[in-house]
Design a protein around this ligand. Structure first.
Ligand code: FES
Ligand code: FES
Length: 81
């Protein structure tokens, strides 16, 4: 199975709007982290993950791409790689 690029060692804080859809980059190659910019199409092994904001708030999207609760950070980035 392909391994995503570790885009960041920490999560990305992002202000989201209630009811709006966001596309989280799962491959780690996007230049617009934490969101997909279409770069995954080069390799083809990954697709973005949709996130629909339940509330308008600041949420923490996973930057290490190893979260067990994608697309959100679950603290997995603290583990040694
Ligand atoms: Fe990473 Fe689209 S650029 S999933
Ligand atoms: Fe990936 Fe926290 S940044 S789990």
């Amino acid at each position: 199975m392909a391994t995503p690029v570790r885009a960041s060692d920490t999560p990305f804080a992002a202000a989201v709007e209630q009811g709006k859809d966001y596309w989280w980059c799962s491959c780690g190659q996007s230049k617009n982290q934490p969101f997909c910019d279409g770069s995954h199409k080069t390799e083809g092994a990954f697709t973005p993950v949709k996130y629909t904001a339940a509330d308008s708030a600041t949420v923490y999207f996973c930057g290490c791409k190893a979260s067990g609760n994608k697309p959100l950070c679950d603290g997995s980035h603290k583990q040694a790689v």
